[in-house]
Design a protein around this ligand. Sequence first.
Ligand code: ADP
Ligand code: MG
Length: 649
Amino acid sequence: MEASAESVAAPRLDPDAPLTVLGGIGPSTQRRLAAAGLRTVQDLIGWVPRRYRALRELDAPDEAAVGELVRLRGEVIACRSAWLPGRRSMVTVTFACAGGPGFDVPFFQQPWLKKAYAPGQQRRVEGTLQQKGRRFVVHGARVLPAGAVPTGEVQLRYAEVDGVSAARLQQWIALCLDRVDWTRLVLPPLPAGLAAYDGSAERLLRAMHRPADVAEHEHARRHFAVREAAELFATVERARRARARRAARPFPVDAALAARILARIPFALTDDQRTAVDGLWQRLAGPSAMGVLLQGDVGTGKTAVAIAAALAVLARGATVAFLAPTELLAEQHAAVVAGWLRGSDVRVVLCTASSRPAELDAAGPLLVFGTHALFGADLLLPRLGLVVVDEQHRFGVQQRMALVQKGDDPHVLVMTATPIPRTLALVLFGDLDAIALRQRPPGRRAVRAFQLATERWPRAVQSIARAVRRGGRVFVVCPAVGEDGEKGGVVRVHEALAPRFRCGLVHGRQKAAERQAVLTAFRDGTLDVLVGTTVLEVGVDVPDATLVVVVAAHRFGIATLHQLRGRTGRGRRRGIALLCGPRTERIAAVCATTDGFELAERDLAIRGSGELLGTAQSGFADLRALDPVDDLDLLLEVRRAVQACGAPR
Ligand code: ADP
Ligand code: MG
């Protein structure tokens, strides 16, 4: 271990000491660190790297290592800057190595670096080794600060704190590692059953920050991953137990009521739907609040299942709130379900930002369709017995707890069509019982997608014409409203298609009534083509739709594209999706498979967990050691342990 003479002589640091004991941390930096939860020496050494990769340490570039991640030590011999076409700047630093040939390090768009490197400086450089002619070049280089203690054959990447670079954090962490009083640093114990992952704080933290190799780091990482997972599951477990304790009004369904409910649904349920409905009825009849996640790919028929559950509650005069992610979808659900319930005494009410009913508290069964946003506002529903949350995959446990606490302890049914990777589901929905729909209703097949380069738009128009000729309906989806003339905007696309087709336009800025009229015309067949924004994304249900064309498809995420293609192929005819735009990784993934679960995993892999999980409400934002993509086994193990040990805090 490299410990300088100074660090041996200096007094050991108390793990609880404020970070100002480290030289160079003044009040403003201290505030920034505190905002990220870093207040003490112990907090700082707990700032474990988010990512790591195996790397080779070399004395000098070596042909055999080309393409690999390497760490080289060299002396700066020159630094020059140049302009590339398109006013891109490039600074190239040339290093000499004691043990062999030197190497160049290019930096793009950071002209100020020219002043940062003076001949004679010794530096360690990490990056991917490439060969250009006879020179070696290190790409994606990270130059370690002078005096930084390098890790072993591992590259570590730290998250930065707003206003404080990862490199500075790493320097302070190194200082703390050398000086902290390890005898006073004790990690709280892991939950029972996970002792195998335990270890001394000193060994684990040194292995996190200064591992000799990947194996050593990975061993320690798993310890901290288990810690993070245990915390997540403690939250989940608390939510689950809180729900189990909550008494809710029971809504039993006897044979006669079951028959009446099923008669209201205009088709025979699939076996999967029937099983799901039975599962819901059974839970609704129980003494504690139901919490169910109903998962099923687009088009598997979740709505009917939810309505069957709702009718059990409505039959006893209670209220059901059905929350959709968009107004359009709320409107559609309300219209469709009102049809199913015609002649019954259930009042079906639409309650969105643009249409609020006058009074809700009259007696009698009430079925309210609204948007998620609405529920956030102060909507007070009388006799609320069941909340159905449709198409919601970003609601974390915490948010849901808040949502439920608003009402009079209603039962809760959450539905999601965007299958989520299992690791995510475990945490986001771990407090709920999962029910899955796998079958599709008879005659429905998965919808294949094809990519079409932007300049081949005329081909897309031909396809639209062909679909219309054969009596099908066509959705055309665009990214923006674009009334300001933005390219690809829905208004422009509508203008382009309107002369040729009976063509309607919907977007979020329309009045509900106007939108509803267009949608009805489309459903009736008065219109053949419907141009819209992603208000069409979820749930819009037109059985004759056979083609969906997505304009500028590269601007949509995988989940959205998968949802969009689910708008077609709902009738007896096969549906097709044309994705116009450059062939991105995401588009390729959607074209390659129709399996929503596989796509969800691909999505997570492509985007990295950051974007998907970065939302504060997901509960994943603070993860550093746990990898929500790869650590499924670990998660399952931790969940077992947390569930087995008594009630968490
Ligand atoms: P999602 O699971 O995507 O929400 P929906 O509930 O919108 O799916 O159902 C998709 C379509 O399938 C709707 O038109 C619905 O009426 C129809 N459907 C659902 N279940 C059945 C069934 N058992 N038999 C025939 N059609 C069904
Ligand atoms: Mg749906």
